[in-house]
Design a protein around this ligand. Structure first.
Ligand code: NAD
Length: 315
């Protein structure tokens, strides 16, 4: 599979590394406004290929995206300590206006995967600017947040995160919804398993895990300036689900006609992914509290998406 990555910064270059070392992509094209940076990253990455697969990595131009099955968009401003993802909106809408039409022209059949923040809103912006069908415009969404949730649940229970089925849906950001009511491991609900293992989910434990998931990026950014390994793993997983036509269910962000009464909004729900991009969406069974949190998340996403779409028409 040939993959294009726009933005060869921390997220773009780490994602390229994950794709080539796992053999998910055989060709990677890196594009960055800073050409010297793209070339340097491409060279460094190419030197890892003898230890992985017969991959090709190169720095390129938009014309080089021709034939890409997937184009990942990471180009954009990233959060500074204290900034929310929503604070990046104005800057990243401008960047998308310059890059998305060029991708659409060079690779009209590609599937776009949007990861620049605020990721759900930028997915809506990319949908509008590309003119692609909604099945082929996918935000990395809460795939990463779900991994964070499973990791912390696994650590608490003493079970591999891979064996835990639990999901984060809604916004990739402050209003995301941790679905506690529907998690399980080894056929047993998470609550019951926690009781059986003598590690109950007390309100304090739940609050700690919620904080560890919801505020993970803020803490990592405070410590090292950016997050990139987790998202690179998530993007690699999404690419392999598409490339291998897996029909895997991942919590990616896509455009929905109605989420809890909010019309035309991008956010994450469990989504069946394969060669055509989105094949189906699973509307989750939630309790009343989670349903109301999902409605609030959808309202926030809708409010900011409308603002972002207005910004496009003003330019
Ligand atoms: P970074 O600053 O390291 O890299 C961004 C790159 O984009 C830079 O190399 C820059 O030169 C390039 N760029 C800027 N404008 C461009 C343009 N018009 N055309 C081409 N390239 C351009 O930032 P990063 O840490 O890699 O983060 C990138 C984005 O990903 C940010 O918006 C960040 O918030 C987001 N992010 C999202 C997630 C997620 O889960 N969705 C996780 C981490 C980071």
């Amino acid at each position: 599979m040939k993959v294009g990555i726009i933005g060869a910064g921390s997220v773009g270059s780490t994602t390229a590394f994950a794709l080539i070392m796992k053999g998910v992509a055989r060709k990677v094209v890196l594009i960055d406004a800073n050409q010297a940076k793209a070339e340097a990253e491409a060279s460094d990455l190419a030197h890892a290929t003898p230890f992985a697969y017969a991959n090709k990595v190169k720095a390129g131009t938009y014309e080089d995206l021709k034939g890409c099955e997937i184009v990942i968009v990471t180009a954009g401003a990233n959060q500074k300590p204290g900034e929310t993802r929503i604070d990046l909106l104005g800057r990243n809408v401008k960047i998308f206006e310059s890059i998305i039409p060029q991708i659409a022209k060079a690779a009209p059949d590609t599937t776009l995967i949007i990861t620049a923040n605020p990721a759900d809103i930028m997915t809506e912006v990319a949908l509008k600017l590309s003119g692609f069908p909604k099945e082929r415009v996918i935000g990395s969404g809460t795939v990463l947040d779900t991994a964070r949730f499973r990791t912390l649940l696994g650590y608490h229970l003493g079970v591999s995160p891979q064996s835990i089925h639990a999901n984060v849906i809604g916004e990739h950001g402050d209003s995301e919804v941790l679905v506690w009511s529907a998690g399980d491991a080894g056929t047993v609900s998470l609550d019951k398993l926690a009781e059986e293992f003598g590690k109950p989910f007390t309100p304090e434990v739940k609050a700690q895990i919620d904080d560890g998931v919801r505020n993970a990026a803020y803490k990592i950014i405070d410590g090292k300036g950016a997050t990139f390994y987790g998202i690179a793993g998530a993007l690699c997983r999404i690419c392999s689900a598409i490339s291998n036509n897996e029909y895997a269910i991942l919590n990616v962000s896509t455009h929905h006609e109605d989420v809890e009464g909010v019309k035309n909004v991008c956010l994450s729900l469990p989504t069946v992914l394969g060669k055509r991009g989105v094949h189906n969406v699973v509307y989750p069974v939630l309790n009343d509290e989670e349903r109301s949190k999902l409605a609030s998340s959808a309202k926030v996403m809708k409010e900011f998406s409308d603002k972002a779409l207005e910004m496009i028409s003003q330019n």
